[in-house]
Design a protein around this ligand. Structure first.
Ligand code: FAD
Length: 382
């Protein structure tokens, strides 16, 4: 029986099957992929085969036809994997790089990119951020110049998840020589196009199994059919799509926070100092009470907002609030878990250090804490 207002028994069955998949087929390889700095392509293929990469996409494109909560179930369960890199790579694939293809793509583009991405045969990445354009997307300067038969692209993207070995990029580039949010467009670009250069794989503090790359475009020629959606509407279309991403980040962070706290509490019940389990100190227990309270509050906000989003509303304020709070709670929970485990928590042999390193980026990626606050301020009309 579903234990939450927002989930049906079908969601529960899905959750169970993803949980088993994570435990049986992903967790045993976590160390190996962390060391290699990459989740193998076969993971995408297997997840495609199991139907996990298309849960909320229409059945006519090979998807499961599920609601937005199926995606939440997926990312919550992947967030419990021993390497968070799987979650990040898959989140980009299912929640960031491909939804614009369904929303704005032609039938040909959907068949060429969306269908194989759902099958796990193609890996997708999303190219927005540039060295000079992070939080301020209006500064994107990668330029797509109209030429005979298509576009010639020059520029550079950084911090691109899946970027080291993706098969295609959903690319945001400027198509008009003007500043600001207007005059940008989205393109679908095959990564084997001459002029598409993966310059380096970036080393990170955490999320080692998720590959992150810097990409250059050097006189890269793409056809007219590479344009995704309306020319000049790129910024608005990509920002619309980022809202769903933020909700997924919030849901995954709640799952991570719960998981990390549960693990640390189990440890603190066993660990005896001064003749009693560490958990029996009120100073410790009260901090946990606070964290669980925040966790329940942000989970309720996240699910309620997801429910509204799934019904076609556009609750930007609440999405920003959920992302801001969930990522902070997850970070605090991982930090508290490490504290609870004392010196052992700082040792590489205990997984809590990985959660502590991996979750930090959630407060930056997909819009930083400060940008979430800016959006909240603006939507409140302050
Ligand atoms: C591991 C990782 C994976 C990523 N994956 C992708 C990806 O797949 N595709 C992609 O396109 N991008 C990706 N990103 C980029 C990510 O979205 C950006 O890092 C993020 O948007 C912040 O941009 P920035 O790093 O340039 O920081 P900046 O924008 O330079 O911000 C620096 C600091 O200034 C603060 N700041 C900026 N403006 C304001 C303001 N107006 N008020 C108050 N404070 C402000 C910020 O909050 C931040 O604390 C990834 C990043 C990382 C680290």
């Amino acid at each position: 029986m579903a234990d939450n207002l927002f989930f049906t028994e079908e969601h529960d069955l899905l959750r169970q099957s993803i949980r088993e998949y994570v435990q049986k087929e992903l967790d045993p390889h976590a160390e190996e992929w962390e060391t290699e700095g990459l989740v193998p392509r076969s993971v995408f293929e297997r997840m495609g085969e199991l139907g996990f990469l298309g849960l909320h996409f229409p059945e006519e494109y090979g998807g499961g036809g599920g609601d937005y909560f199926t995606n939440i179930v997926l990312l919550e369960e992947l967030a419990r994997c021993q390497t968070y890199g799987v979650n990040t790579g898959v989140a980009v694939q299912v929640g960031m790089a491909t939804p614009p293809i369904l929303a704005f793509g032609t039938e040909e583009q959907r068949q060429k990119y969306l269908v194989p991405a759902i099958k796990g045969e193609k890996i997708a990445c999303l190219g927005i951020t540039e060295p000079g354009a992070g939080s301020d997307v209006s500064q994107v300067s990668t330029f797509a110049e109209k030429v005979d038969g298509g576009w010639k692209v020059n520029g550079n993207k950084i911090f691109i998840t899946n970027g080291y070995r993706a098969d295609f990029m959903t690319l945001l580039a400027r198509t008009e020589k003007r500043s600001g949010y207007k005059g940008m467009s989205i393109f679908l670009v095959d990564t084997d196009t001459p002029g598409y250069v993966v310059s380096r794989k970036l080393d990170k503090v955490g999320q080692w199994a998720s590959d992150t790359a810097e990409i250059f475009f050097e006189d890269m020629l793409i056809g007219e059919d590479a344009l995704l959606g309306e020319e000049g509407r790129g910024f608005y279309n990509i920002m619309w799509e980022l809202q769903a991403e933020r909700l997924c980040v919030a849901a995954a962070c709640v799952a991570t926070a719960r998981d990390v706290l549960d693990t640390a509490i189990a440890y603190a019940k066993e660990r005896v100092q001064f003749g009693k389990p560490v958990i029996k100190n009120q100073a410790v227990a009260h901090r946990l009470a606070d964290l669980y309270t925040q966790l329940e509050a942000v989970q309720a906000l996240t699910y309620q907002t997801a429910w509204r989003y799934d019904r076609g509303e556009y609750p930007v304020k609440e999405i920003s609030m959920a992302k801001l709070m969930a990522t902070r709670v997850a970070f605090d929970a991982a930090d508290e878990a490490m504290q609870l485990m004392g010196g052992y928590g700082y040792m590489m042999e205990y997984p809590v250090q990985r959660a502590w390193r991996d979750i930090r980026i959630a407060r930056v990626g997909g819009g930083t804490d400060e940008i979430m606050r800016e959006i909240i301020v603006n939507t409140l009309g302050l």
